[in-house]
Design a binder for this molecule. Sequence first.
Ligand code: DQA
Length: 162
Amino acid sequence: MKIVVIQGPNLNMLGVREQQVYGPMRLEQIHAQMKEVATQNGLEIEFYQSNLEGEIVDRIQECYGDADGIIINPAAYTHTSIAIRDAISAVNLPTIEVHISNIYRREEFRQKSMTAAVCTSSVIGFGPFGYHLAMVGMMQIFSEINAMRQAQAAAAQGSEGA
Ligand code: DQA
């Protein structure tokens, strides 16, 4: 199964930007760790970062029919983007929203997420470790989907035999 990881604006500056908020880890290091977990668990994974809202919308749309789940940190667009919210809703895939910082302990404008309500779940405030938690969460979602598909297949076979 395939996960696409989508990173919003300024996350390419991790390790440089506001280290007191986001820590010293660079985005490539976070992705390398995620890749390792994916490989260990036989999952495909792709990474994408953009500073542009429309490009993020395009990348979400490309997941339709291609990916099985999305892990997304829409960054500042979390708080503003109806377009990204609509794209997540449109592709209707298991989607986990990640925030490195605890947005609910920060400025008021960060305390509202436009996107959380159309995501399956959110991981907030664990630092870069949140991406690992999102991977674990996505694997749990995948195993539930697989178990459901197997049960459906078994039920269909049972009814064929009857
Ligand atoms: C962020 C929180 C956002 O408010 C901010 O604009 C970011 C990063 C986070 O991961 O904590 O760029 O999404």
